[in-house]
Design a protein around this ligand. Sequence first.
Ligand code: HEC
Ligand code: HEC
Length: 406
Amino acid sequence: MRPVGTLVVALVCFVLGALAQRSYDTHRPTQPSSVAQPSAPIEPSPPPAGAPAPVPFTAIQFDREPLWAYGFDRPPQPGERAAPQAPPSDALRTDQSAEEQTRPQRIPGSRAAFSLLQIRDAQHVVDWFPEDHPPMPDVIDHGPARLGALRRGCAQCHLPNGKGRPENAQPAGLAAAYIVRQIQDFRGGLRYSADPRKPNTNTMIELARAMSAAELRAAADYFSSLRFTPWVRVVETDLVPKTRIDGNLFLPVEQGRTEPIAGRIIEVPEDQEQSETYRNPHSGFVAYVPVGSVAKGRDLVTTGGMRVSGDHIVPGKTTACVTCHGSDLRGVGDVPPLAGRSPSYTVRQLWDFQQGTRRGELSALMRMVVANLTDEDLVDIAAYIATCPPAAEAAATRVERAAGPN
Ligand code: HEC
Ligand code: HEC
């Protein structure tokens, strides 16, 4: 077993060295960029001076892209890119009556009441369950002050409890140092979406650039103080509901399951009305994953695919994820936790690492890890990770088999 022991020690030393460097970096004051008061939708700005050149469109393997992980159903055309997201608005919509949009709405278990108009206003995030979390700092509720009329509260996308949604991210329970590093990577052109059509990652980048040092500290402290608890129910199945895509999120259009899963992961809200209409932060998601993927993923995550043959060790195609992310996948230092997180998000990150659009300082470790992984491996790994309990007292590994014809 000696070669494996040496490898683990070498990796751990590498990680610790890198972490020490980052711990120093994250304590340095951050340099907010200067952003004027804009009045039109946020245009994605070019990477700052000194940033590495973006990966050319032709260098990204769109023929292999896990489209579902990005919320698309066909690959992009050359030059196709995301339109800027509409600015936050508290105006009435024309497709619904004013009465319907202004009357108070309620959700189960909450004492609060908010109108649809309030729920949609990204600049004043509604808080159905204030007792779930510490008071939201200004930036979490309203967004970076420097953006003026274009401010968006972090909690509009990531929810006040930080558990997020498949099309964005789940900052709850991440180490503050890791959060600071990601924001710096977004700012510096070191983290962006491999799919140029994904609009909300561009918005995230603009928000990262607009945040002051104090807002970044407040946001990192807030999200890192929140506990990430079970949020995704994993169901192995051959058939999924037919879906439509709205804002890069899959929504079922049928009750039953009639469409072949075809090697994808399809993640949908448990209750579409609660997630979409009310932004209920207690209403989670269900991830349909291919039959057998969880067991194959467990093998890769825990061994990297390494085998012992007689007295020989046959190296696997990757390094066991548990080496760095912890035996329970709940993170070690500022190596982020993975357990129980959205499998669409996980695959998107692994693909971004593979294509080189996630290339911050510590990403070199991950780029080695993903170098030899196939699309099927990414699905298997993400499916397994999503079944792992994110917190000690959470139920043991949860995976359901679809009932009936699956
Ligand atoms: C418009 C929606 C939106 C808003 C508002 C938003 N984010 Fe994000 N955030 C995203 C998306 C999209 C990603 C990246 C997803 C991806 O790369 O696939 C992201 C990723 C992140 C990550 C990385 C998480 C990880 O696990 O690596 C952090 C940290 C984060 N956001 C913090 C913030 C903070 C702080 C704010 C408020 C200033 C904020 N976000 C506001 C959409 C949003
Ligand atoms: C050698 C150490 C190491 C190994 C092994 C490793 N990781 Fe990582 N991983 C990291 C580090 C460090 C980061 C943070 C990278 C950054 O800051 O951009 C990371 C980040 C990630 C992220 C992004 C999380 C987020 O919130 O955005 C995912 C997903 C991930 N790893 C999955 C895996 C999987 C799956 C495996 C096994 C196949 C694995 N990692 C193996 C060190 C490692």
